[in-house]
Design a protein around this ligand. Structure first.
Ligand SMILES: [Zn+2]
Length: 73
């Protein structure tokens, strides 16, 4: 499964794959471990959510910068 919020997808820090599988059945919690389907690295689900949050922040800042670059009327 991919772990996404909106259009932002979490990727493995080791191999950049975006396919993860939970290690334990049941609902995913931030402290749950998920495994990268490509390289087998395990990572906390919460860490992937943080990664998505940081990417969302980066995109928001970029959008703001673009707005600032526009010439004022
Ligand atoms: Zn990986």
């Amino acid at each position: 499964m991919d772990i996404r919020i909106g259009e932002i997808v979490a990727s493995c820090e080791r191999c950049a794959a975006t396919e993860f599988a939970p290690l334990a059945p049941g609902p995913l919690r931030p402290e749950s471990d998920v495994r990268c389907s490509a390289c087998g690295a395990t990572v906390k689900y919460g860490a992937l959510l943080d990664q998505i949050g940081e990417e969302a922040m980066r995109r928001a800042n970029q959008a703001i910068d673009e707005l600032k670059k526009r010439p004022k009327r």
